[in-house]
Design a binder for this molecule. Structure first.
Ligand code: FES
Length: 314
């Protein structure tokens, strides 16, 4: 009996019950990588299963052994060990040329799931130091870099304690995600608590260190949104960098910017507010405009007014 396999970005072909996906794919003329010759040793034949996982044969011993070494995500199978038992199956080859081979087989992807990218719902936090340019202009290079390093150490400690991960240090701020290893409501709770902790720890650092040595008060703006993003790794060679992309990321960045015009150092989206366990009585509701979107976005102000009125210099 024959079934249909749709190989995304390649072609749709027939597969007989006794054929492996690799055999049928090669017979259909697809240049399907199979460096070890189909012996479950190289993993170059791996495919992502988009549809019809229940129509595939169970993992055999050889596949299980290789998967253990390579830590594949559940939706990736070895084409050389897998057969089709019914219905229609939608697959996608991962390795299509020698550069892909380096990226996925000989590369250093720390988490195989992130190596192939996946959609995830995450809490997204942007933090930026307010008005840092005058500080840069008035201080020695050592002082500028030293202060940024002190602040980054503090931010990183607080974010990690809240189960978050800093995805990127920006010029004078950072972008972090929450929910990589915990469910939605916990991630939101931790992200909100982390935002408050950053603000209170910064107050403490201002009083105990920054005021004394630099005679300034450092303030930050925190923006927090929740949404579905594409998570993956975008590094090269030894250096793998986690990245989260999508429209919700732009929203989170916009919330952080809005902290200046709304004169409140912590702003969350209404989506985040609605997902919180307990409501915050003092959370004033406002609306902001997003670039390119006609409908205004509802936000909640859950921080404090800035010491300095940045709205004047927006
Ligand atoms: S061809 Fe080598 S593991 Fe499938």
């Amino acid at each position: 009996m024959a079934y249909m396999v749709e190989m995304l970005n390649d072609q749709t072909f027939e597969i007989e019950e006794e054929q492996t996906i690799l055999e049928a794919s090669l017979a259909a003329g697809i240049q399907h990588y199979h460096v070890c010759g189909g012996k479950a040793r190289c993993s170059t034949c791996r495919v992502i299963v988009h549809e019809g996982a229940h129509h595939l044969t169970e993992q055999n011993r050889a596949e299980r052994r290789l998967r253990k070494r390579k830590t594949f995500p559940d939706n990736v199978r070895l084409a050389c060990q897998t057969k089709v038992t019914g219905g229609k199956v939608k697959l996608q080859r991962i390795i299509k040329d020698s550069t892909d081979l380096n990226l996925y087989v000989y590369g250093n992807s720390v988490d195989a799931r992130q190596g192939i990218g996946e959609e995830r719902e995450l809490a997204l936090m942007f933090v930026d130091i307010r008005n840092f340019t005058p500080f840069i202009e008035q201080h020695l290079p050592f002082d500028v870099i030293h202060l940024i390093r002190r602040l980054n150490v503090l931010f990183n400690e607080v974010v990690e304690a809240g189960n978050g991960k800093i995805v990127e240090f920006l010029g004078d701020g950072f972008y972090a995600v929450f929910g990589l290893d915990e469910e939605k409501s916990k991630a939101i709770h931790n992200a909100v608590a982390t935002g408050h902790k950053i603000l209170s720890e910064l107050k403490w650092l201002n009083q105990s260190y920054i005021n004394k040595y630099f005679e300034v008060d450092i303030e930050v703006g925190v923006g927090l949104h929740f949404g579905k993003v594409i998570l993956g790794e975008k590094g090269i060679g030894e250096t793998q960098i986690l990245t989260a992309m999508g429209f919700p990321v732009n929203v989170a960045a916009r919330l952080e910017t809005a902290t200046k015009e709304l004169n409140n150092n912590f702003i969350i989206s209404e989506d985040v507010y609605n997902l919180l366990d307990g409501k915050i009585e003092s959370a004033e509701q406002k609306q902001i405009k997003l670039k390119g979107i006609s409908e205004p976005l509802c936000v909640r102000l859950i921080g404090e007014k800035y010491v300095f009125d940045y709205a004047k210099i927006v």
